[in-house]
Design a protein around this ligand. Structure first.
Ligand code: HEM
Length: 191
């Protein structure tokens, strides 16, 4: 495919999955932080854990759909940025996919191997099966992997947002607008 054949912006499905995924990841970080460090009573903490785990499985479905849509469709051409910037951006985006999958699998493994077994009820509708039997050392490793991947995601999301804002406010190019649900003509940036 030549650069002329590439679409000028992302398709509607990718845009919807991008913003739904972003909202879920931010909600998961907020819920994870609140349930671990919030100091709520045990009933509320239990509910926060169940919400966190349920939204974690929604994130799994969204990430799988997003990867499938990304490989099935074509992407707009890369912006005319310096090579180091394009490489950093590709690294941050690729790492976000990998770390999201790591956070989901390690979270699922942690609740599966916990010495204190608590069933994962998906929005109180049905129980999600465990990946492995209780195992204290696997549990400790999974919790550590989960925390590291969750906080690495938070850092990369901040980097990703900073990059998008730099494109929009400093470079004044189309990078942010072509991932936006609306495509404003008024006040559109010069290229
Ligand atoms: C992209 C998906 C996810 C993100 C971004 C995320 C984020 C977080 C964060 C920020 C924390 C607090 C970390 C800390 O203690 O410093 C946390 C804790 C936790 N998450 Fe997740 N999470 C995700 C998916 C899941 C899933 C799918 C499950 C289980 C099915 C899960 C289960 C847990 C558990 C059990 C804890 C408490 C760990 C502990 O301290 O004992 N998470 N998560």
């Amino acid at each position: 495919m030549t650069p002329e054949d590439k679409p000028s912006r992302w398709g509607g499905l990718i845009i919807s999955l991008h913003w739904a995924g972003a909202a879920i990841i931010l909600a998961l970080i907020a819920l994870g932080w609140a349930m671990v460090y919030g100091g709520f009573d045990s009933a509320s903490t239990f509910d926060l854990y169940q919400w966190h785990k349920s939204f974690g499985f929604v994130a799994l479905a969204l990430t799988a759909a997003r990867l499938a849509a990304r490989f099935a469709g074509s992407a707009p051409p890369p912006p005319p940025s310096p090579r180091w910037e394009r490489r950093l951006s590709a690294f941050a985006q690729g790492s976000l996919y990998i770390l999201t999958l790591c956070a989901i699998v390690s979270g699922w493994l942690a609740v599966s191997t916990s010495p204190l077994p608590v069933p994962t009820r998906f929005f109180d509708l049905f129980v999600i099966p465990n990946l492995a039997p209780a195992d204290p050392s696997l549990f400790a490793g999974a919790v550590l992997a989960h925390k590291l991947s969750a906080w690495a995601i938070a850092f990369l999301v901040a980097l990703h947002v900073a990059g998008a804002l730099k494109h929009h406010l400093v470079n004044r190019d189309d990078v942010l607008r072509r991932m936006s649900p609306v495509w404003p003509k008024i006040g559109s940036a010069r290229r």
